[in-house]
Structure formats: C-alpha cells, structure tokens
Design a protein around this ligand. Structure first.
Ligand SMILES: Cc1cc2nc3c(=O)[nH]c(=O)nc-3n(C[C@H](O)[C@H](O)[C@H](O)COP(=O)(O)OP(=O)(O)OC[C@H]3O[C@@H](n4cnc5c(N)ncnc54)[C@H](O)[C@@H]3O)c2cc1C
Length: 465
C-alpha cells in the first residue's frame, strides 16, 4: 500500500538516502522489527547504484564489478534469490603502453602473471599478498600505498600500474593514500575475482525494494530531508516535504559532510569534532560515457572490463586529469540481462575532479562533454574498429551530473578520504540517536563496502534503541 506523508507519523528509525548502505541498513532494522521509514530525494532508489533508460537501452552506472564478498552479504542481509544472481566476470583486461594482459583477477592468476609476465620472484609476490591481507583498520601504520609498492616492487611503475589502476577506479584511492585503504580493497577482490549482478542494476534495486516493502519499510521517493530535528542533544525527527516526521533515531546515508553541516548544523557539535570535520577531504568524482549499440547489431566478446590507457606511465594524478588518457570500458553483453531482448551497451568511466567541470560556462561544458565522448569512442576503436557505425546513442555524465542526482559535495563518487570514517563512526557520541552509513574512508566505499557499513551502523543503532 502506498502511504502519503502525513503530520503525526512516527517511526523508530528514519533512514535518509537509498544508496546501498541506506537500503541495507533499512532492511536490517526492519527485519529486527523496528518501524523504519526511508526517504530518498531522487525518483528512483539505489543512489550511485544507479541505472537509466534511453529508448532501447538500460545503462548501468556502477555495475562494473564488485568482490565475491557480495554473495555472502546479499545472502545474509537480503535474500538467497539476490545472492544467487551474482555471477563472475571472467575476462578482465589491461591494455596500455606498458603491458597487454588478460586475467580473471583472482589471486592465483595474478600471482602467475606477476611471476611470468612481470618476472617478480614468487616469494615477493606471496609476501605482498600476505602483507595486503594482514592490513586492518586498527593498525597504527601510516605509510602510504606508494611506500608499500616501493618496498616490494621498487622502481617498477608497470607493476604499480597493474596493482593500483583497478583499485583507483573502484574507490578513488591514490598512491599517496594510506596503504590500508589499498590493502583491504585489493585483498577483497583478490580472493575470487570480480563479480556482477545478472539482470542488471534495475533488477537488483527492484528486488531490494520488494524485500523492503515485504519487511514493512515505508518508502518515500522525491523526498529530500531538509533537517534532522533535535530535542536538545537527542534525535526527535526529520523535516521533509514540509512535514515533521517523528523518530527515535536517524541513519543518514547522505554525504557525511552534508549530514553534519546541513542536516544537523555545525552549532550542535563539539569544537573538537568540528576540527576533524574541517580536515576531512572529499574524494574524487567521475565522468562516464554511455554507449548504446544499435539493436540488431552485435559486437564480439572483447572482454568484460578493460582498463586501458594511452599514458606512457602510471601516475595517480593522470588518472583523474581533465584530459586523462586513461579509462575503463565495461562491456554489457546480452548475458547481462539474459531475459531481455539481446542488447549491447558499453560504459567508459574516468575518474574526474569537480573543480575541472564546475566553473565551465554552458557552451564550454557542452563542448568538453562532447570531447570526452569522442575520446572514449576513439579509444574504443582499438578494440572494436567499426564501433562508430554500430552506435545508436551516446550519453555523457560529469561530476555535475553526479552532484545533481545525489547532492554529494563535488559530485563525489566515493564519499571521503580515510579520515571521513572516524567522523562517521563518532556521530552518535555527539548526538544521541544520530548514525551515518555510506561511502567514507575508502574502505567503506563501493557496493560491498557501502552495504557492509550499512549493516555495521544499523547494528549499532539497534543497540542504541
Ligand atoms: C561512476 C561510478 C562507478 C562506480 N563503479 C563501481 C563499481 O564498479 N563497483 C563498486 O563496487 N562500486 C562502484 N562505485 C561506487 C559505488 O557505486 C558507491 O560506493 C556506492 O553505491 C555508494 O553507496 P552509498 O550507500 O554510500 O550511497 P550513495 O549511492 O552515495 O547514495 C546516497 C543516497 O542518499 C540520497 N540523499 C542524499 N541526501 C539526501 C537527503 N537530504 N534526503 C534524501 N535523500 C538524500 C542520494 O540521493 C542518494 O540516493 C562507482 C561509483 C561511481 C560514481
């Protein structure tokens, strides 16, 4: 039954935002028996786990790949049906001036490649994997990823590229970020490779929505929470669409800085906490080019995920440069949506900075969007020479697009840098009943990180209630 938002409504928990962290937290709390309401400002659920339709095509925004851990998390916190639709992507390619390789992205295959193609001693590879796996949040090791790479593979920019490029696209991390942010995510992927959801993002979100409704969550789309209401230092409700809704606790899936500064207001936090907030760096954003292949046309299997670059050497700055020569191609063959008409789509993704896009006037903005679309198609021609003749439609997203659909500052794709995690975790110490889950601190980003962080936070919130 579709409910209308009305004055006097009261819940145990209001979840603000329907990213994977918000959705999973709402489901977890509803299954525990709490009365949960979920507000999403956009007209579709999913946050950055987004999709959109254009004529014959459905484009997936962030379904490029996630670690095997998603199977366990989906089974435990969603349903066996969702978990059973997760399938492996087997053809991951790297094509750049330094090397051209294909891998299943499993530990076994990566070990073989490092030894045979890159001539690294087996014990060094083994030690590197062990070291990455041992990194954990409570380590007091402040070395950066660059330091660890130099320790194991000194002067080997090619090896650094192989190891870093996929993670940089997965969570925005750079060689200069804390090594733990690399080690945890790399080890997650390295267990069993890269996975996707068969049926597409639209089907996943549909199934999640059905599950939420079954578990009694009230869902309101096009509902931007303007303010979190307080009774002294304790949560009292939220103000949304001109109405006050009462609740005992709030789980915000909005960006952590928006949560502190806009939804609550800095005046309610301690100066010590705010000092840390002011030092929290926002992570980078993305550009994407969505390419729809004319229905009836086919393309050969050129791989599922291609990390490609024309840049001679790897460097983290180049990866998000306004004129970057590096991008990933995600190939969506008919197998992505086996129950639909056979359709091909290709998504080119680049890391990007808000500052390069935010100040362009309309004419320059349109021109630059056209440029990145053309550059991406030209790059794609090295894999599909006649692709131009097969393209039916092209759409382009920039950091401004991501900002429009999420309200995240600077249109960030991956929340904040590492320090954001501490801010997020400490919210309930500042205001009773206020919790946050969502991309923070790099390790809690991506589909798996966001979903698992949603559960961790929901668990703490349940203890509070
Ligand atoms: C281009 C791109 C490609 C990616 N590729 C991958 C990938 O291949 N694999 C992977 O694992 N991850 C990928 N990611 C990252 C992944 O999509 C995100 O880390 C994850 O989906 C973030 O989930 P989240 O819970 O943090 O919230 P988000 O998805 O950021 O959602 C937050 C939600 O809160 C809503 N909201 C904000 N403020 C309010 C308010 N005041 N009231 C109501 N609603 C509000 C927003 O509208 C949004 O829906 C990619 C991201 C991008 C941008």
């Amino acid at each position: 039954m579709i409910k209308n938002l009305e004055t006097g409504m009261a819940y145990d928990v209001a979840v603000i935002g329907s990213g994977l962290a918000g959705l999973t937290a709402a489901n977890y709390l509803a299954k525990l028996g709490y009365r949960v309401v979920l507000f999403e400002q956009h007209y579709v659920l999913g946050g950055l786990a987004a999709y959109f339709s254009r004529k014959n095509h459905i484009f997936d925004v962030s379904l490029h790949g996630f670690p095997f851990g998603m199977v366990k998390s989906c089974r435990k916190y969603w349903s066996p049906e969702i978990a059973n639709s997760i399938v492996q992507l087997k053809r991951i390619r790297f094509v750049n001036p330094q090397f051209d390789i294909e891998t299943t992205f499993t530990r076994e295959d990566f070990t073989k490649i490092l030894i045979e193609n890159f001539r690294i001693m087996p014990e060094i590879v083994e030690n590197f994997f062990t070291r990455s796996r041992q990194m954990n949040f409570y380590d007091d090791d402040h070395r950066c990823t660059r330091d660890i790479f130099e320790e194991f593979f000194p002067g080997r920019n090619d090896v650094h590229r192989l190891l870093m490029e996929p993670i940089a696209y997965a969570n925005g991390s750079t060689l200069d970020d804390e090594a733990i942010t690399y080690g945890i995510v790399f080890s997650n992927f390295m267990s069993k490779g890269v996975y996707t959801f068969e049926g597409g993002t639209d089907l996943l979100i549909k199934k999640m929505t059905e599950e939420l409704i079954r578990n009694g969550v009230d869902i309101f789309k096009r509902s931007k929470v303007e303010k979190v209401l307080l009774d002294r230092d304790r949560i009292a409700g939220v103000h949304v669409n001109g109405i006050d809704v009462k609740c005992r606790a709030v789980l915000s899936n909005a960006h952590i800085l928006n949560t502190v500064k806009n939804l609550i207001g800095e005046e309610y936090f301690s100066s010590e906490f705010l000092a840390k907030v002011s030092k929290t760096r926002i992570n980078n954003s993305s550009c994407q080019v969505y390419i729809g292949i004319t229905p009836g046309e086919t393309i050969d299997d050129i791989g599922d995920l291609i990390f490609t670059s024309e840049s001679e050497y790897f460097n983290s700055k180049e990866l998000k440069d306004f004129h970057t020569k590096s991008r990933t191609f995600s190939l969506y063959y008919p197998k992505t949506r086996p129950n639909e008409k056979p359709i091909y789509t290709i998504v080119a993704s680049m890391n990007a900075d808000w500052s390069d896009w935010s100040n362009l006037d309309e004419a320059d903005y349109q021109r630059e969007k056209k440029r990145i679309a053309e550059d991406s198609i030209r790059s794609l021609e090295q894999f599909i020479p006649d692709v131009l003749q097969k393209i039916a439609s092209v759409e382009t997203a920039t950091p401004k697009t991501f900002f429009r659909y999420t309200s995240h500052p600077c249109g960030t794709s991956f929340g904040t840098k590492f320090e954001g995690l501490e801010i997020s975790m400490n919210l309930p110490n500042e205001i009773q009943g206020l919790y946050h889950a969502g991309s923070v601190g790099i390790i809690m980003s991506g589909w798996l990180g966001a979903m698992n962080y949603g559960v961790i936070t929901a668990h703490k919130l349940a203890s509070y209630l």
